[in-house]
Design a protein around this ligand. Sequence first.
Ligand code: ZN
Ligand code: FE
Length: 262
Amino acid sequence: MAALEILQFPCWDDNYGVLIHDPKAGVTASIDAPEESAVREALEGAGLKLSHIFTTHHHHDHVEGHGGLKRETGCKIYGSAQDASRIPGIDVEIEDGDRIAFGSFEVQVLETPGHTRGAVTYYIADAIAPGQGIAFTGDTMFSAGCGRLFEGTPAQMWRSFEKIAALPPSTLIYCGHEYTQANIRFALAVEPGNEALLKRKAEVDALRAQGKPTLPVPLATELETNPFLRVNSPAIRESLGLGADTPPEKVFEELRRRKDTF
Ligand code: ZN
Ligand code: FE
């Protein structure tokens, strides 16, 4: 079975654009189109013609290139039915559980509201190798962190995190922004003794010192290091002053509240 070719590149100050290409079928998708000129340069540099845009959410720093790239390439734009009126150029309205054919691959749609009401995570099984999938979480989950709750409740965002956590641990997670270093500072404040987190910090600091991205990151690493996935950690609960009987979504809510003012 063929593998997807994946190209991640910086946009704006700290966004990432990603192109995925199925060489066998000759299709190319952009995950969001954060910055028109950056996406166009990435396409031209790789000699690819855009056929799809998979939108994670409607915020300007993720859809700025939608209109221009669609006019140039005739690509089809996919996005949440919940946010059809806010996603420029949308052609195909998607919802939870949809499976979109992309060359010889299948793009699975997980509705993950919280950051925005129509936020979507895309999962592609076997994208890199058999048993090795990838996921695009947009601004829902970041490495060691969580997107801001602009349009959802903490309980909703927690359910979105549970959906992502249920993907195979080998899944490589791509996120909308390079926020990892700042997220780790907060994660360490609430779970200072987490060995996996200290190891991840060293790796992330070394990557950033070389100007390299900290993404993608295996879900397995996130499960060991991302406090928002670790609401059952006794150490985190203790830091927050919450007991073993506090429901997970309440721990999540308190974490998000503290991060807002960290
Ligand atoms: Zn956003
Ligand atoms: Fe964003």
